[in-house]
Unconditional design. Structure first.
Length: 431
């Protein structure tokens, strides 16, 4: 391999590094990420490639991956998931000539080839109307369309049509909608300074990094692959701008829709607010009425409570009076009871004395009977004994009543005997 060829390949490698670092960053910035060290270094962590392929395909991996792999095996597993994800999203396996181990081992040349393949597929190959052409032909067709109407530009090949940089200047002007001004002086030949100025405008307005050496471009010795790659970054910038405009229009449309919806909701809310205000007014009135009613009820209750307290106090006094009266009656009752018990005892004692007297009197009467019934058939002792047997088991009152009857009966008998006795005595005297 000649020294010139080695230098050329080294320069091409540097161009790719700059170009793909820029391209990858335009994707990663959507997740607030960027290449921190170098492509080879960052793509070896097993995380950057996951985020990159998801953003490239516009969808997320369905399979679970390690969000923070530390060991080599974990990084390789993540990288294999990313490569399989690309196959599932339209990347022909035959173009995936890099392995997961190559990423981990930081094989820079293979990584650049991998990114160039993806850039061609996901960016350049999407040029409208170039489906039946190669990526380079499609890109040339796109440049012709963009620079159409600009004087002095005739796009034929990447080797000769970009050497004066006016095509790049026209694309910058088109991108900025004429703000930078396309005014090439066709009477003067392009210089390294004018080409450098175009590159600076491209980097400032489109974010396209300077990949080409102005001197090599002017002399026609620049690597054609570098011109293709540099031009493709312009296409990427235009597509990105269009995507952002679409997103902006979509956001504006969504914003307008949401604004309209919010406006309708606001009107509804205002209507509901008015209804709520009316409800509030009615509620406040009801509250005032209820407060007034509560106050009246409270006053009535307090009045009733006061009356209740007075009544309770009165009842308490009456209760005390009744208790005092009851106590007095209890005292009277107990005193009366004591007197009755004493009288009862006394009466019992008197009755007993009377009973005994009556019995004794009956005995005396029986003795009189014996006297009066001399020489007569009259069983006085038997009558006395029968009377005592009949009365001794009865109550005092019954005994007295019975004895009184017996006494009255005996009196009549004695009277009868006395009369008979008198009659007999008179009869004896008459004889």
């Amino acid at each position: 391999m000649s020294v010139d060829h080695s230098i050329k390949e080294k320069a091409w490698e540097e161009v790719q590094k700059k170009a793909f670092t820029h391209w990858v960053n335009t994707l990663l910035e959507k997740r607030s990420m960027k290449i921190q060290h170098s492509l080879a270094e960052d793509f070896s962590d097993g995380i950057t490639i996951i985020n990159f392929v998801e953003l490239l395909a516009g969808k997320k991996l369905e399979k679970k991956y390690n969000p923070n792999p530390k060991m080599r095996i974990g990084i390789i597993e993540n990288t294999n998931l990313a490569l399989q994800f690309l196959k599932e999203n339209g990347v022909d396996p035959k173009f995936l000539t890099i392995s997961a181990e190559n990423f981990v081992d930081k094989k820079e040349t293979l990584l650049l080839g991998f990114l160039w393949m993806l850039f061609r597929k996901f960016r350049i190959a999407k040029i409208s109307g170039a489906e039946d052409k190669s990526e380079e032909e499609g890109l040339l067709m796109w440049v012709r369309k963009i620079t159409e109407g600009y004087d002095g530009i005739n796009i034929k090949t990447f080797k000769d049509s970009f050497n004066d940089a006016w095509a790049f200047m026209a694309m910058v002007d088109k991108y900025t909608e004429g703000k930078v001004g396309y005014k090439p002086n066709r009477g003067e030949k392009p210089t390294i300074e004018t080409i450098t100025h175009v590159f600076q405008l491209a980097e400032k307005n489109l974010g396209v990094p300077q990949l080409l050496d102005p001197k090599d471009l002017l002399n026609g010795t620049v690597d054609e692959r570098s011109v293709v790659l540099y031009t493709s970054l312009f296409f990427h910038a235009f597509v990105t701008q269009e995507e952002k405009l679409k997103e902006k229009r979509a956001m504006e449309s969504e914003f307008s829709s949401k604004k309209q919806k919010l406006s309708e909701e606001m009107e509804l809310l205002l209507s509901q607010l008015e209804a709520l205000k009316e409800d509030k007014r009615v509620l406040e009135k009801n509250i005032e009425d209820q407060k007034r009613l509560n106050q009246e009820t409270k006053e009535k209750y307090e009045k009733k409570l006061h009356e209740k307290d007075d009544l309770l106090e009165k009842l308490q006094r009456e209760k005390e009076d009744l208790e005092n009266e009851l106590n007095e009656w209890k005292k009277k009752y107990n005193a009366l009871k004591e007197r009755i018990e004493e009288r009862s005892k006394l009466e019992k004692k008197s009755l007993e004395t009377l009973r005994l007297s009556l019995v004794e009197h009956m005995n005396d009467m029986n003795k009189w009977k014996d006297y009066l019934e001399q020489d007569r058939d009259y069983d006085a002792d038997t009558i006395q004994l029968r009377a005592e047997n009949e009365i001794k088991a009865r109550a005092i009152d019954d005994q007295l009543a019975y004895l009184a009857d017996a006494l009255d009966s005996e009196n009549r008998k004695i009277q009868s005997l006395l009369k008979q006795k008198e009659a007999e005595e008179k009869s004896k005297k008459g004889k």
